[in-house]
Design a protein around this ligand. Structure first.
Ligand code: F6P
Length: 499
């Protein structure tokens, strides 16, 4: 059944984007949507009434409604791990009992933020937040996006095991005024724990009286944090049913709440809750995460686009592509359906991107004239936020809009080198201002879009078995006298560690 809908989608006869605009004077407003302080422009994509109708049929066949209800009802939608996916409960959307649990844990976190602000842990000027993947990307993104420079605490998020990531922070911070925040859902992730040990060693070397007394742990495995030596009063748990890459709403957001203030953290949750409400209530043909997923699937399946590019025309959002890489690629980079059958469709595209206008002078050549068709997503913020001359921001936004227009219209030339084929799609996401609430809504939009993409594909977006083998191999390799791996790997090891 779904096969027929996919066949129709794949063979959908498309007009050129410029023709779609010529056929419908209302196209720009028809595919432009306002939600939670964000304007979404889907008009420069090949979505049209008949393609939309076919996708709506597909959504019906894949029981998008039923599966969305299951997500918000705490059913085990993460079938391969037999778990619910309750990140939305952290912002008040979901099962009553899960919301109550999230509220209680958040109150605990608020208490600890207040106590630290009040000097419970003596004078704290610096915060080192250690985590990796979902335990770092969200905090990093939010701090970069929303800090204005007058914060009480200087907070650094360190994820990489490479000492070059941590050492400069240790050189800059004063050990006796540093709070160490260890963020790890499992509390077993080797990079995070090694970095944590190095920070503790540094604190001891710098004669901090009680380094363990300056640690806060954020985890769904509090027992493991206790075993590690952290006092229960400074362990902020969160629910096992909150996935790592969906965890910024939970206690993983502690460093954000501490640095930006608890009100900002709650604003972010409120923005996400607004997007949840929209996703649950809006008819699918007006539903932003659903429409965006239809567009994603059209380009992935019908046009065989292997990548999707995201360009933030705002330095403050420069980490958004990194955040989306994990969200989309770790969620939907799978080759089997939830039932374990081979996936007959393309899974998540490779997500990549950068910031405008820098990217224009580096990678946009390929976007305009390369042989790959790359759907592009532009993000920009109307309010500048900085105080430089208005020309800066005006130039930035106009460049952003010009790129979308140029990709679409192209420009014909008899000289093949100077010919721009055009008809290259883009979505533009325009934020009124970069605020915690708007950003919360934006991230929830991407979460739900990822979920809808997974449902259309028939895969489970909530597991990530693909990352396990590498961890296993790293474990084997670190046993220097243990099992041998392949000859090439053994030779590399010998070169690096001749002894
Ligand atoms: O290796 C992948 C992963 O499990 C991610 O899904 C997760 O966000 C990250 O590692 C960190 O895991 P943890 O929070 O358990 O340290």
């Amino acid at each position: 059944m779904a096969g027929d809908a996919w066949d129709e989608i794949k063979s959908h006869p498309t007009s050129k984007l410029t023709e779609l605009f010529a056929q419908d004077a209302e196209r720009a407003t028809k595919y432009g949507f306002d939600q939670s302080g964000i304007y979404f422009d889907f008009s420069k994509t090949h979505l049209d009434d008949s393609l939309l109708a076919t996708f709506l049929t597909l959504a019906d066949q894949m029981d998008l409604s039923g599966n969305t209800d299951a997500l918000f009802s705490g059913e085990p939608v993460n079938a391969t791990e037999g778990r619910a996916a309750e990140h939305a409960a952290e912002r008040g959307t979901g099962l009553d009992s899960s919301i109550a649990n999230a509220d209680a844990l958040r109150n605990r976190m608020k208490g600890l933020v207040g106590a630290i602000d009040a000097g419970l842990l003596d004078d704290i000027d610096h915060v080192i937040h250690l985590g990796i993947g979902g335990s770092a990307l969200g905090p990093k993104l939010l701090l970069e996006a929303l800090q204005i420079g007058d914060e009480t605490y200087e907070t650094a998020v360190v994820s990489n095991i490479d000492g070059y990531a941590l050492e400069p922070i240790l050189e800059r911070f004063s050990a006796d005024k540093t709070l160490l925040v260890i963020a790890s859902k499992t509390f077993t992730t080797s990079e995070t724990l090694l970095n944590a040990q190095s920070v503790l060693d540094w604190m001891s070397q710098e004669d901090v009286a009680d380094p363990f007394g300056k640690i806060v742990a954020l985890t769904a495995n509090p027992e493991q944090a206790v075993k590690w030596g952290i006092d229960e009063s400074r362990i902020l748990p969160f629910s096992e049913s909150v996935g790592g890459r969906y965890s910024i709403w939970s206690s993983i957001g502690f460093s954000v709440a501490l640095t930006l203030g608890f009100d900002a953290f709650e604003d972010m949750l409120a923005g996400a809750a607004e997007m949840d409400a929209h996703f649950r209530a809006a008819p699918f043909d007006q539903n932003l995460p659903v429409l965006a997923a239809f567009i994603d699937q059209y380009y992935a399946q019908a046009k065989n686009c292997e990548t999707r590019a995201v360009f933030a025309y705002d330095e403050r959002l420069r980490l958004l592509p990194d955040y989306l890489q994990q969200l989309e690629m770790e969620s939907n980079g799978k080759s089997v359906t939830t039932d374990g059958e081979p996936l007959a469709l393309h899974s998540s595209p490779i997500v990549w991107g950068g910031v405008g206008t820098d990217a224009q002078h580096a990678v946009f050549q390929l976007l305009h004239q390369g042989s790959h068709l790359v759907p592009v997503e532009f993000l920009a913020v109307i309010e500048p936020g900085h105080s430089l001359a208005p020309d800066h921001h005006k130039g930035l936004l106009l460049n952003c809009f010009a790129q979308g227009a140029a990709l679409m219209s192209g420009k014909a030339s008899d000289d093949p080198h100077r010919n721009y084929p055009g008809d290259r799609p883009s979505i533009t996401v325009l934020l009124e201002a970069l605020e915690a609430k708007t950003l919360g809504a934006l991230l929830a939009f991407y979460e739900h879009r990822t979920f809808v993409n997974a449902l259309l594909l028939g895969i489970n977006p909530f597991d990530q078995f693909g990352v396990e083998l590498g961890k296993e191999m790293a474990g084997k390799l670190s046993d220097m006298s243990g099992n041998k791996l392949d000859a090439s790997t053994e030779l590399l090891k010998k070169r690096a560690f001749p002894g």
